[in-house]
Design a binder for this molecule. Sequence first.
Ligand SMILES: Cc1cc2nc3c(=O)[nH]c(=O)nc-3n(C[C@H](O)[C@H](O)[C@H](O)COP(=O)(O)OP(=O)(O)OC[C@H]3O[C@@H](n4cnc5c(N)ncnc54)[C@H](O)[C@@H]3O)c2cc1C
Length: 653
Amino acid sequence: MTQYSANQASKPITENDEELERLFEEASPVVLALAAVHMSGSMDIIRNGPKTSLPTYNGDIYGSLSQEDGDALRAKALEIAKAWRDAGHPEPYRPSEDEVHKMLCFLLGFDLPREYQPMIREDMALDAVDARTFEWTREVGEEAKLRHPVAIIGAGMSGMLIGLRLKQAGIPFTILERHDSVGGTWFENRYPGLRVDVPSHSYSFSFVQDYRWSHLYSYQGELLEYFRKCRDRFGIGEHIRYGVTVKGADWNEAERRWDVAIETSDGARETVEARSLVSACGFFNKTHTPDFAGKESFKGIQFHSGEWRDDVSLEGKRVAIIGNAATTLQMVPPVSEIASQLTVYQRSPSWTSVNPDYDRPIHDGEQWAFEHLPYFAGWMRAAVFNWTLDLPPLHMMVDPDWPQDGRAVSAANEAVRQRNTAQYEKWLGDRPDLLEKLLPKYPPFVKRPTVSHGNFFEAVKRDNVEVVTDAIARITENGIVDETGTERTFDIIVYATGYKVQEYITPMKIRGRGGVEINEFWQDRPGGYLGCVVPHFPNFYMMYGPGTNLGYNGNLIFNSELQARYIAYCIRLSIENGQEALEVREKVYDDYMDRSTEKLKQFVWSTDFGTTYFRNSAGMVTTNSPWSMLEMWTWLKEPDPDDFVGADDMAEA
Ligand SMILES: Cc1cc2nc3c(=O)[nH]c(=O)nc-3n(C[C@H](O)[C@H](O)[C@H](O)COP(=O)(O)OP(=O)(O)OC[C@H]3O[C@@H](n4cnc5c(N)ncnc54)[C@H](O)[C@@H]3O)c2cc1C
């Protein structure tokens, strides 16, 4: 098995007792206790330990323990670490399956269903640095691999992942990337305040757990650096062609390959031939700017938040931000501190949950523990993944017996409304005008929820910040006129108006068997079997395509790791069986799509209680996956050969 990185702690403890005590103070007692099991070889610390309970917010790693219980647990773990150090760091204990299950239940604060254990164990890298590494099932000659070159569209984290798997397999591949960097989203977006909303120790590759994040929720610059370092560590860079835009691709039936049309940065056109084609072109990479009347007449500077102008200073300027979703929530605090005036034009507010740890740095003691305590990193990863969210998401599902009054869709959804409302009242209670504007009237989760540590609420209360809820009538040469006729003047207008998420693959034209174009094939119902494969498009694979965005659970790197493994194993299936082309059976695809559509109808996203980018113009939820991570992990382990037909049988598929 290829071992690329040392995932877990490898440094000996050289600190004295006092130093150790100080370091332990800064780490979660629950995660320390689990590392202590590996150091002591005994489950006593858990067996005799306090009872943990469910996390109270995403990234809560403290098992909801009282201060007293946490301190006592930490003290026991400290004694174990000292003994382990004094004994000369004997080989860490490998707990049995049963023990790992008990450890997970202790960590997560609930009785985790047993079937979750292998998946979490794999993701924690408890047994292997890279448990999802590519493996052949039979001997394959170099010639067969060379006959299967793969083209990958995009060098975001998804493109890098499938590239890595193919590299491990020895299958030739080229990543075609329009920019001059890896990182995708985290390269393209640079607006102030941009950071992840899932903890970094889970929003990262499972096989690279030795990166020292500065914050629990890291900022864009650090994410970009992470992806660049991973590119270099795994030798992906030499397979990337930068400055190359894929315009489209045609399935060449005679040659059983894709002819990929590209344009280089100097405007030259070229065709790249590939046996398989993987689209890793992303989801949020076509900005959407509404066509306001008079937009062109504005004499100041205007741009979309996704096309940030590094050459434009906001210092002392009158700034308008149009839109009030996740981007605005992140942008308002830093921009309000430098702009002379900041006006947010809001069409509808977003539900925001307050997470006290959203801005917390990773403490020195934690950084130290990652490097010195066995499996601390893996347990931390499992803790911040928030696996409880993968259980049936009742808070997002419509209860037909609940009165559908447009406020909530079920008792669990109403409970979230009340919890979040209490936070809004806490932060904005002294500003009833803002509370009225910012507290959503529609049920939680109709739109993508946002997260803050409270700084957004603080920022909107500043004297230089205004929230306007009157619709925009037009843009003038000096500023914006709203529907009441009020004109406000601005130096800069920032459009935080989202992305064209419904336009998958476009503007590329992907034409499969018989010349059918993929968007014409999909019409109002884009998707892929398991999110990855589409009938009539042999050897064409999608990562983070339609129907795979996560609406309630997991994170997208985990999702892409599963898709990369599945796609790499589809290609393996072709090569090992001597098939030049492979295509999913139409019936298999149709069944999956029907099941997904039915399941999606149960979610709050399908109601029309508010506008949301999850739904297309036909009212169908096309962006989100209705499935649990456990289901996807199970289905995406490897392709079922019966789901596919080979090149010779495609016409009958
Ligand atoms: C502002 C913002 C914040 C986000 N925050 C979070 C978050 O907190 N948590 C989370 O889980 N997810 C978040 N996401 C989603 C994020 O997009 C994914 O997590 C992840 O980055 C997707 O990676 P990807 O490689 O699939 O796609 P991308 O990162 O979008 O990469 C796609 C790549 O394909 C290239 N490409 C596209 N078309 C072509 C073409 N025709 N020719 C050549 N190259 C092409 C692009 O240039 C890009 O490099 C956020 C997205 C945005 C926009």
